[in-house]
Design a protein around this ligand. Structure first.
Ligand code: SF4
Ligand SMILES: [Zn+2]
Length: 347
C-alpha cells in the first residue's frame, strides 16, 4: 500500500519493494490500484486467512488441545473454503480447500501454542502501526520531514525470556522451504523495515508510560510450507504405518527461522533507501494527480519499466503485469486488460 493522506505520503514495505523493483509495477499496483483482469489469485487470500487463524491460535482465543484445533479449523473454513472452491481448480492447485486445510491442520497439531518458544503479547498480535488515516500516531521515515510516513502491520511481538528482550515474528506461507529460504530471510529488507519501525514504536509505547523500553533483539519468520501433501487412500506410508489419506497432514513442514538481528548500519541503509524510494513514489503520485486534473497523460508516461533491466519481470516469478507490458503497456489498454484491485488500501 502506498497512499496520500492530507498531502503526506504513507508507504508500507510492500509498496517500497514494488516501486524499487520496477516503477511501472509500483504505479500500476499502488497509484492506479490495478490487477490483471480475471486473475484472482488464491495466494494472498490464503495468506490472509492463515494469518487470521494464527492470530487467534497464538493469542489463546481457541483454548488448548484437540478442541483448539477444531475451533481454529472452523474459523479457517468460514474464511477460506467457499473462496477456494470457487477460485482454485479442483485437481492440482495446492491451495484448493482439501490440501490447504490439511496443511493448516497439520501445522496446528505440530505447533501447539504452549510449545511456542516465545510469549506472544496478546494486544500486539496483528497490530497495525503508523496508520495516520485511522488516527494513529505517525512514524516518520525522516524525523525532520513530516511528509514521508511509514505504516506496518506486525504479525506478532513476543517476549523472549532467555534474552530478556522482544522479538518480532512474521508468519509466512511458502511453497518451498529450503536452506535457501533461510538464507533469504536472514537479510530480507522487509524484515529490516519491520524491525526499524517496531523499535521506534515499542520505545514510544514505553516512554509514554514513563518507562525504559526493552530491546527488540531480532526478527523471526514462522514459515509454513504449503505444498501438495500426500493423500493417496490406498498407498501406505512407511513412516506412519497408515495410508497417506490418514497421515498426509503430518507431512507438512514448518520452521521458525531466526531471530535474525540487523546491524545499525543495515537499519540506517534501509531507512536512507526507503526515503529515496518514497521521494520517487511521491513524484509519481504528484504527476498522476496533475494528469487526472488536466484530463491528459498518465502516470505510466513517467513510471520507468525498471523490471526490463533489473529482471523483476520474471526473477521473482512472472510479474502479474507481464501480459500488459508485452502488449506495449499503453495507458489506453488499462481498462481492457486490468481491473481495480480488491485489497486496495491494505497489502
Ligand atoms: S512486467 Fe516487468 S516492466 Fe512490466 S510492470 Fe512487471 S516488472 Fe515492470
Ligand atoms: Zn505418513
Amino acid at each position: 500500500m502506498a497512499k496520500m493522506h492530507e498531502g503526506r505520503l504513507i508507504v508500507r514495505n510492500s509498496s517500497l519493494v514494488d516501486f524499487s523493483r520496477c516503477e511501472r509495477k509500483g504505479a500500476l499496483s499502488w497509484i492506479l490500484g490495478k490487477v490483471p483482469r480475471g486473475n484472482e489469485s488464491a495466494a494472498p487470500r490464503l495468506g490472509t486467512e492463515v494469518h487470521r487463524v494464527l492470530r487467534g491460535w497464538y493469542g489463546g482465543e481457541f483454548g488448548t488441545g484437540v478442541e483448539a484445533v477444531r475451533a481454529a479449523m472452523a474459523t479457517f473454513e468460514a474464511g477460506y473454503r467457499e473462496f477456494a472452491e470457487r477460485v482454485c481448480s479442483a485437481g492440482d492447485d495446492k491451495r484448493r480447500w482439501g490440501n490447504a486445510s490439511r496443511v493448516l491442520q497439520g501445522y496446528l497439531e505440530q505447533n501447539m501454542p504452549e510449545a511456542f518458544p516465545f510469549r506472544p503479547i496478546p494486544q500486539w498480535l496483528e497490530v497495525r502501526v503508523g496508520d495516520v488515516s485511522a488516527g494513529q500516531e505517525e512514524i516518520r521515515l525522516d524525523e525532520e520531514r513530516e511528509d514521508l510516513l511509514f505504516q506496518a502491520t506486525f504479525d506478532m511481538v513476543a517476549w523472549d525470556e532467555r534474552s530478556v528482550a522482544f522479538v518480532l515474528v512474521d508468519h509466512k506461507t511458502t511453497s518451498w522451504l529450503s536452506e535457501l529460504t533461510s538464507r533469504q530471510y536472514a537479510g530480507d529488507p522487509q524484515g529490516t523495515g519491520y524491525l526499524w519501525a517496531a523499535k521506534k514504536w515499542v520505545k514510544r509505547q514505553y516512554e509514554e508510560a514513563g518507562q525504559r523500553a526493552p530491546d527488540i533483539q531480532g526478527m523471526c519468520f514462522n514459515m509454513i510450507e504449503t505444498k501438495e501433501l500426500p493423500s493417496d487412500p490406498k498407498r501406505k506410508c512407511k513412516k506412519h504405518g497408515t495410508t497417506y489419506s490418514e497421515c498426509g497432514r503430518w507431512h507438512v513442514r514448518s520452521e521458525l527461522l531466526g531471530p535474525y538481528v540487523r546491524t545499525p548500519e543495515m537499519e540506517e541503509g534501509w531507512r536512507v533507501e526507503a526515503i529515496r524510494t518514497s521521494e520517487e513514489i511521491r513524484r509519481l503520485f504528484d504527476y498522476s494527480e496533475r494528469c487526472v486534473a488536466s484530463g491528459s497523460g498518465s502516470v505510466l508516461d513517467k513510471a520507468e519499466p525498471k523490471g526490463l533491466v533489473s529482471g523483476a519481470c520474471t526473477i521473482y516469478g512472472a510479474c502479474e503485469f507481464l501480459d500488459f507490458c508485452r502488449t506495449g503497456a499503453s495507458p489506453r489498454l488499462i481498462d481492457t486488460l486490468l481491473e481495480d484491485r480488491k485489497d486496495w488500501g491494505e497489502g
